[in-house]
Design a protein around this ligand. Structure first.
Ligand SMILES: C[S@@+](CC[C@H](N)C(=O)[O-])C[C@H]1O[C@@H](n2cnc3c(N)ncnc32)[C@H](O)[C@@H]1O
Length: 224
């Protein structure tokens, strides 16, 4: 079983600076990577991304993924969530991951490349699944523009597309997890979720950076 990385804030930390003592954006990024226990743990445990721990932590808390389940992973690259899903559903289960970016194969999963805002990508995902699914996961996030309102709209747009898809393909009792932004889910989306699912929660797993506005909506018990 995957191990949780130890807490932050202990031990030695590295800080990269220019000769003048300031740090550039890329140095700050690299500093954060070097000091991030989740980056280290992902490398040690063979996960392709630190993001894998976000799904692991949510799943450990809610026990969402079970052996034999059929799972779709939207915005799957580089593949951390796909790896976690494959391990959880086991050989009797099925996992299809799709991303707009190319992604290396993950053993035990079907990996597709496509823009999920386009119907064709959705059709190919459905074809690969071959029927109804038990969980739709979406960690989709567009490249940030730096303009807060635009970024908010774009990420929520992807979450809505994921929810539309989930409502069409989930089997009764199915689960939906999607990345949203703090401030929670828009009223209209929340109303749709509450109508179609027995339980709707928001979660900020410990692996999600505190300074990020990212949050996950977790809806279970699809009414079908
Ligand atoms: C935070 S990353 C996902 C990380 C992944 N869950 C993991 O564990 O490795 C977000 C992903 O969403 C993908 N994405 C963004 N827009 C998309 C779209 N329209 N269709 C498919 N994937 C998209 C990005 O290419 C990116 O790989």
């Amino acid at each position: 079983m995957a191990k949780q990385p130890p807490g932050t804030g202990r031990g030695m930390s590295t800080r990269l600076k220019t000769a003048e003592g300031r740090s550039t954006a890329s140095q700050r990024w690299l500093t954060r990577q070097l000091n991030d226990p989740y980056v280290k743990a992902a490398k040690e445990q063979g996960f392709r991304s630190r993001a894998a721990f976000k799904l692991l932590e949510m799943d450990q808390k809610l026990k969402l993924l079970k052996p034999g389940m059929r799972v779709v992973d939207l915005g799957a690259a580089p593949g951390g969530w796909t790896q976690v899903a494959v391990a959880a559903v086991g050989p009797r289960g099925q996992v299809v991951g799709i991303d707009i970016l190319p992604m290396d194969p993950v053993q035990g999963a079907t990996v597709l490349q496509g823009d999920f805002t386009e119907q064709e990508a959705e059709d190919r995902t459905l074809e690969a699944m071959g029927g109804r699914v038990d969980a739709v996961l979406s960690d989709m996030a567009p490249n940030t523009t730096g303009h807060q309102a635009t970024d908010h709209l774009r990420i929520m747009g992807l979450a809505e597309i994921a929810l539309d898809f989930a409502r069409r393909v989930l089997a009764p009792g199915g689960a939906f997890i999607a990345k949203v932004l703090q401030g929670g889910t828009e009223a209209e989306m929340l109303a749709a979720l509450k109508r179609d699912f027995a339980v709707v929660r928001h979660m900020k797993p410990p692996a999600s950076r505190k300074d990020s506005a990212e949050l996950y909506v977790v809806a279970t018990g699809f009414r079908g």
